[in-house]
Ligand binder design. Structure first.
Ligand code: CA
Length: 233
């Protein structure tokens, strides 16, 4: 099986070795870069499928690297950050990163993130989310043209904000959306007030689409970061 090509950007040799050993054991192809300059060079010359990007690099700010890559490519970027870099993590997601891993992470977590990203990648290759007319995920269906959402073929009665929120999540399936990104998309600003409102709307939306709102199947919470719609089999 021809697995994805992963670019590992990490200056810490032991972390880099842990990642590449894992990738090798699971038959991924990979490239490595120890700093930002070589990361950008590798991205532009080898066009990897997924970039694993450490935010704490010696020469460049990780967020700057993401912004640079995003000027010409939408390739998935999974950031790796230390717990002390929580705000950097949010900035990186807002700059266009797709997902994150927090150090220290396990091999299982790394592989799970790669699988989620690969699923998103294969969905994106089939049809661009921006051009999709009808979205289907498990028992959930959104007809963007008609402006209706269904669960088990029964129409959901959503408020305009709940519907907007659902569309934003479905159009970005597999991607972690930050509170700032969501509140700016829905209300055009990101006051703390809006983040509180977002929690309320998310709770009411979940009541309508999740079988068990307390152990959600469709919308995953990332505490202190945001939300993500998961692909349901
Ligand atoms: Ca580092």
């Amino acid at each position: 099986m021809n697995k994805s090509l992963i670019l590992v950007v990490e200056d810490d040799t032991s972390v880099r070795n842990l990642i590449t050993t894992t990738l090798k054991a699971h038959e991924y192809r990979y490239l490595t870069a120890p700093n930002g300059q070589s990361a950008i060079l590798e991205v532009s010359s080898h066009n990897p499928d997924i970039v694993l990007l450490d935010l704490g690099l010696p020469d460049m700010d990780g967020v700057e690297i993401i912004k640079k890559i995003r000027t010409w490519s939408s390739m998935p970027i999974i950031i790796i950050s230390a717990r002390s870099e929580d705000t950097d993590k949010i900035d990186a997601l807002d700059a266009g990163a797709d997902d994150y891993l927090t150090k220290p992470f396990s091999v299982e977590e790394l592989l799970a993130r790669l699988r989620v990203t690969q699923r998103r990648l294969s969905m994106m290759q089939k049809v661009s989310p921006a051009e999709t007319v009808v979205f289907v995920n498990g028992k959930l269906r959104v007809d963007y043209v008609a402006g209706c959402a269904y669960l088990n073929e029964e129409e959901l009665h959503l408020t305009p904000i709940e519907y907007k929120l659902l569309c934003l999540l479905t159009r970005n399936i597999g991607k972690v959306l930050t509170h700032t990104f969501i509140t700016q998309s829905i209300w055009g600003s990101s006051w703390d007030n809006n983040i509180a409102s977002l929690r309320v709307f998310m709770a009411t939306l979940r009541k309508k689409i999740e079988k068990e709102p307390n152990s959600p199947q469709y919308i995953q919470t990332h505490i202190g970061v945001g939300y993500r719609m998961l692909k349901v089999e």
